[in-house]
Design a protein around this ligand. Structure first.
Ligand code: COA
Ligand code: AMP
Ligand code: ZN
Length: 432
């Protein structure tokens, strides 16, 4: 039985009992990982010290840097022969992060995604198309297995090739689609070009949107354009991927599955809990994972816990839609990018100076990144400049997975800033 309705509908006291039981088990499991063993020893904590949910606070936070420092397998909490999958994020310059899964982890992940999809009314008989990138992007395999687990015919269309994507929607009678919100706009644009009216010519009724911040207004526009109900889906690779928190049919916040995660919201500066209902950084502890449990993981996502009960009757708490990040990570076309990745590539070119500016725009429902970088010396050898631009673009694309527009500009031409240089200028606005 994959949906576990008895866990989805637990009362608050029942959730807390289950959480404590699973937390203790997780902490014991963590002692198999060299990283947590050392962390606990360094802080003079023993697994037996965790006797209540409140005791979680005794455990130090885990950060992305910890994952990087212990790359690739330092957080494994099972023998590596039991690990059947890994997902990895980031490119080649910054140390990537790795998340490991046992078969049970993958099963539980699929169960969580299936639960989310069931919650918004999807059933066997629905045709689910996934426009996420596959491979390392967890939105690919994550939704694939979740939708199959629910028993839907699942179309792994993957990212890109919008015309083919639309042909699948019309030919196969796709009823539900997973797309990042900005790509929903691109789909509509191309449907218009193809003379396809989504309300008349497709069977789409449900859109799952997530992987990047978006507003309520943007959701309503997507719903109106495509004639669908659109549900916000939140997840991250470190927590498996999609299936962490999801809106129910009431569309009033995202239920986070507390039989999988313990939620804290902290002030990103002081790391103390924020007062109830206030915005802070989301900190998550996995309590249903074997290969690589994470204790008090700082997600860097800013949100708050919504007060009160959801009229749907579920007692798993609701998160507000994400308000931003407490670090400098950018999300473009559903891809996470850190400015340091770009800087590292640029600084490898002897022809380039130290000053650069990354400008983000979104014309015609497509995110664009322009990287302007100063040359070290004057140069008017245009073929050479062209070849250099091409090579920088190629290396950047390899690193950040999207194609930026690269502009080489004369030394001293970028605006000079007082104090800490502003490297990213985000001019994106909601277009759809
Ligand atoms: N999802 C699906 N398709 C996307 C997309 C997205 N997030 N972002 C762009 N595309 C489409 C574009 O519309 C274009 O197709 P079209 O010209 O037929 O309309 C095609 O992908 C290439 O996009 P482009 O912007 O020209 O290329 P790029 O090199 O900058 O980006 C992608 C490369 C699309 C492969 C990369 O952005 C990607 O893989 N994005 C998906 C990430 C993802 O799935 N995230 C979810 C994680 S849960
Ligand atoms: P990834 O690890 O590639 O899946 O990216 C995870 C990150 O994407 C999260 O930490 C968030 O910053 C962002 N993200 C995912 N889902 C959403 C969502 N529904 N709304 C806003 N941001 C999201
Ligand atoms: Zn609800």
């Amino acid at each position: 039985m994959y949906l576990h309705p008895e866990l989805e509908t637990l009362s608050r006291p029942e959730i807390e009992v289950l959480q404590l039981e699973r937390l203790k088990k997780t902490v014991a499991q963590c002692m198999n990982s060299p990283f947590y063993r050392k962390r606990f020893a360094d802080h003079h904590i023993k697994p037996e010290d965790i006797r209540s949910l409140d005791d979680l606070k005794k455990i130090p936070f885990t950060t992305k840097q910890d994952l990087r420092d212990n790359y690739p397998f330092g957080l494994a909490a099972v023998p590596m022969e039991q690990v059947v999958r890994l997902h990895s994020s980031s490119g080649t310059t910054g140390t990537p992060t790795v998340i490991l899964h046992t078969q049970k982890d993958l099963d539980e992940w699929a169960n969580a995604v299936a639960r989310c999809l069931y919650m918004v009314g999807l059933r066997p008989g629905d045709i689910f198309q996934n426009s996420s990138g596959y491979g390392m992007f967890t939105g690919g395999l994550g939704f694939q297995y979740g939708a199959e687990r629910l028993g839907m015919l699942t179309v792994p269309a993957a990212a890109g090739n919008t015309k083919r994507q639309i042909k699948f929607i019309t030919d196969f009678g796709t009823t539900a689609l997973h797309a990042i919100p900005s790509y929903a706009g691109r789909l509509y644009e191309v449907m218009e070009e193809m003379g396809i009216d989504p309300k008349r010519d497709t069977k789409l009724h449900t859109l799952i949107i997530g992987a990047e911040p978006h507003s309520e207004e943007q959701r309503r526009r997507i719903e109106e354009m495509l004639g669908v109900k659109a549900y916000n889906s939140f997840g991250m690779s470190e927590m498996c991927g999609p299936g962490v928190a999801f809106e129910c049919k009431k569309q009033n916040g995202l239920h986070i599955w507390e039989d999988y995660y313990i939620v804290e919201i902290v002030d990103p500066q002081t790391l103390e809990p924020v007062p109830e209902g206030e915005v802070g950084e989301l900190v998550l502890t996995t309590i249903n994972r074997e290969a690589m449990p994470l204790l008090r993981y700082r997600t860097r996502d800013l949100t708050r816990i919504l007060p009160g009960d959801c009229p749907c009757g579920r007692h798993h708490i609701r998160l507000d839609r994400m308000k931003g990040r407490s670090d400098d990570m950018m999300i473009l076309k559903g891809v996470n990018i850190f400015p340091i990745q770009i800087e590292t590539i640029l600084m490898q070119f002897a022809e380039l100076g130290n000053d650069y500016l990354i400008t983000l725009t979104n014309e015609e429902a497509n995110d664009l990144m322009t990287v302007e970088v100063e040359l070290k010396e004057f140069c008017d050898d245009y073929p050479r400049l062209q070849a250099l631009t091409k090579e920088i673009t190629r290396q950047l694309k390899d690193e950040i997975l999207i194609t930026p527009i690269v502009r080489l500009v004369p030394k001293g031409s970028l605006p000079k800033q007082e104090g800490k240089a502003v490297r990213v200028n985000d001019l994106r606005k909601t277009l759809i």
